[in-house]
Design a protein around this ligand. Structure first.
Ligand code: AMP
Length: 401
């Protein structure tokens, strides 16, 4: 299925293309048509599945289709509630991207910062409000937020709201929403209290579920190397050369990290290119083609950039850094060992990443074998972060007489 098949309007199709998405993810395939039909939705999905686009894209489209020019200040038509500031910011960014060519205004509000700027922009009028529950209630109580014209309500990560103790705040917000509205409810897990809450919010919903990834293909050989952070680049070069690896995909956590790794490898005579969100669509495509044609030996990518990339006969995947979301590990290593082919997934783990390794092993239900025989064994178990280094004690001032 393509995004065109989902009957999206041209400005949204253009935005999706601009993001570099080639195909909708399973949750998008299922959820977008349901939301476009005006139905309530119960989505069982976790972060990393593309759920933000699954709700933002059809809601943006419906907001455009049902738009009536406002008299006076724009009313808030869509409310997206999410548990954390980080998620709120991410959702805000997604809406900015998908709605780039639409005349809709959005605003993100969360606690822990002064309210002044948030209040100011609310007073200018916004169409879409992304909020964490505490700050939203606060501003509602001060009469800066009016939810009486809400047409679309999205509750994101409901189970985390429960874990973080926000459920009462959420209920207070819901009490202020108009009865007639379309509601979308997302949760990774469905404990009893969450099911009860969804029953209160949704009317005759359709359910979509994407099973969380937890099983790693049996055809993939996994191995972990413990190594100091600063030596990872050298270890990578060594492993690639030692094992004569001709084509590998290397995952880094950041765009900057991807550039740095590609640069080091190239300087040591191993052809490498980085692909990430800061590169243009053309640059990414060229890098990919060069890799597919075996002109480039190593492709270094961030998780996001690597999505939707399909490379056959990829034998090796490196986790230059371990992902902090364990599901990402499964996605990453799933790039190799496709269609029954054998694949090898090599992970570099420094002292600080041991906790991520633990989470990954819990998710995949196995202990990843350790390669101990290598040139850069981990020695620094307690690396001191530069910013945490203590200042040297000040010299005592000479006493004045
Ligand atoms: P989410 O589960 O909403 O947090 O999305 C996880 C990541 O997947 C985000 O960085 C999105 O930009 C990316 N993403 C969402 N939909 C797609 C898609 N159809 N193709 C490729 N990447 C996507």
């Amino acid at each position: 299925m393509t995004f065109e098949d989902l009957q999206l309007i041209p400005p949204i199709l253009a935005a999706v293309k601009n993001e570099g998405y080639t195909h909708p993810t399973p949750i998008q395939e299922q959820a977008i048509p349901i939301v476009l039909k005006g139905r309530d939705l119960l989505g069982c999905a976790q972060t990393g599945t593309g759920k933000t686009a699954a709700f933002s894209i059809p809601v943006l489209q419906l907001m455009m289709e049902n738009a009536t020019p406002p008299k006076g200040k724009r009313p808030i038509r869509t409310l997206i509630l999410t548990p954390t500031r980080e998620l709120a910011i991410q959702i805000g960014e997604s809406i900015a991207n998908y709605g780039k060519e639409l005349p809709l205004r959005h605003r993100v509000i969360f606690g822990g910062v002064k309210q002044h700027a948030q209040v100011n922009s609310l007073q200018q009028g916004v169409d879409i409000l992304v909020a964490t529950p505490g700050r939203l209630l606060d501003l509602m109580n001060q009469k800066y937020v009016n939810l009486s014209q809400i047409e679309f309500f999205i509750l994101d990560e409901a189970d985390r709201m429960l874990d973080m103790g926000f459920i009462h705040d959420v209920k207070k917000v819901i009490a202020k929403l108009p009865e007639k509205r379309q509601s979308l409810f997302f949760s990774a897990t469905m404990p009893r209290e969450i099911v009860d809450l969804s029953n209160k919010i949704l009317t005759n919903p359709l359910k979509v579920e994407v099973t969380p990834v937890s099983s790693t293909a049996e055809t993939i050989n996994q191995v972990v190397y413990f190594v100091d952070k600063g030596n990872k680049r050298f270890l990578l070069k060594e492993v690639i050369e030692d094992k004569g690896i001709e084509r590998s995909l290397v995952f880094t956590r950041t765009k900057h990290g991807a550039d740095r790794v590609a640069k080091t490898l190239t300087s040591k005579g191993i052809s490498a290119l980085a692909i990430h969100g800061n590169k243009s669509q053309n640059q990414r495509q060229n890098a990919l083609n060069s890799f597919k044609e075996s002109k480039t030996r190593v492709l270094v990518a961030t998780d996001i950039a690597a999505r939707g990339i399909d490379i056959d006969e990829l034998t090796h995947v490196f986790n230059f850094e371990l992902p902090n979301i364990p599901e990402s590990y499964v996605h990453r290593i799933g790039r190799t060992g496709r269609a029954g082919a054998n694949g090898i997934a090599i992970s570099f783990c420094d002292a600080e990443e041991r906790k991520y390794l633990k989470d990954i092993q819990k998710l995949i239900g196995m202990t990843i074998p350790v390669e101990e025989n290598h040139a850069y064994p981990l020695v620094d178990e307690n690396p001191v972060k530069p910013e945490k280094q203590k200042r040297p004690p000040r010299k005592p001032r000479p006493q004045r007489r």
